[in-house]
Design a protein around this ligand. Structure first.
Ligand code: DER
Length: 233
């Protein structure tokens, strides 16, 4: 589809521009990074690159293994050269909403260990203001026993609506790779200081992490249906 070719274009450009021989590479989660792994595997074969890939989810681990890339972990490689990951939306200050795929916690950990954090996405994620295009709310990973008080406290702090993310192919809520729940916060149209919001929500007991990636991404590549790519600056 047009969107898939847009994702592929962004992913290929990012891997070509941001990965070099001997890099320790964080591999994100979602549908766009599938193309990034495809390109990593191609470059390893073609250029005989030596890479170690660090996963951000069961899905990312499967992609690394299925593409015969060298699998690493943060215990052996606590400092990465680059992490490449998708996003649900990126605003003009490079604040990202992530977690549409429910993998935000390990994604944020891996991104925080990388010298460079590169976002790859199709053009529908490129916004000026968060919420402009992405309408599914900000994902927040919570310890299961705490999800109701956490939802109430987020609403009390910042308003809007919060809902527990329910699974589609399983009865009950989505359970993350870390055995937690996800709540999605549909925030009101207010002007938010996302750095403060991330900090304050993270201070609520029971919150594991938020899908607000503030001051983390340093490059972002957006693909278009015609196969062109725009790097956001
Ligand atoms: O869940 C995540 O954080 C994913 O990276 C998501 O934000 C992007 O997924 P997509 O590449 O399938 O749009």
């Amino acid at each position: 589809s047009l969107l898939e070719s847009a994702k592929k274009a962004a992913a290929f450009r990012a891997v070509d521009e941001c990965v070099k021989d001997k890099d320790i590479v964080g591999v994100g989660s979602g549908s766009t990074v599938v193309y990034a792994v495809e390109r990593l595997a191609e470059r390893v074969q073609k250029e005989k690159l030596q890479l170690v890939c660090i996963p951000t989810s069961f899905q990312a681990r499967q992609l690394i293994v299925e593409n015969n890339l060298t699998l690493g972990d943060l215990s052996r490689y606590p400092q990465l050269d680059v992490a490449i990951d998708g996003a649900d939306e990126l605003d003009s200050n490079f604040v990202a909403i992530k977690g549409g795929g429910g993998c935000l916690t390990q994604e944020k950990i891996v991104a925080s260990c990388a010298k460079h954090f590169v976002v790859i996405a199709d053009y529908t994620k490129d916004s000026q203001v968060l919420g402009e295009q992405y309408k599914k709310g900000i994902p927040i990973e919570v310890i299961p026993l705490a999800y109701v008080p956490v939802m109430n406290k987020i609403k009390a702090l910042y308003g809007g609506e919060v809902q527990l993310r329910m699974a589609k192919m399983k009865a009950g809520p989505v359970v993350t790779d870390n055995s937690n729940f996800i709540v999605d916060w549909h925030f009101p149209e207010d002007k938010f200081n996302w750095k403060d919001v991330n900090t304050n929500i993270n201070l609520i007991p029971g919150v594991v992490d938020t899908g607000l990636f503030v001051d983390m991404a340093d490059r972002a590549f957006f693909g278009y249906a015609d196969g062109s790519v725009k790097e956001k600056t």
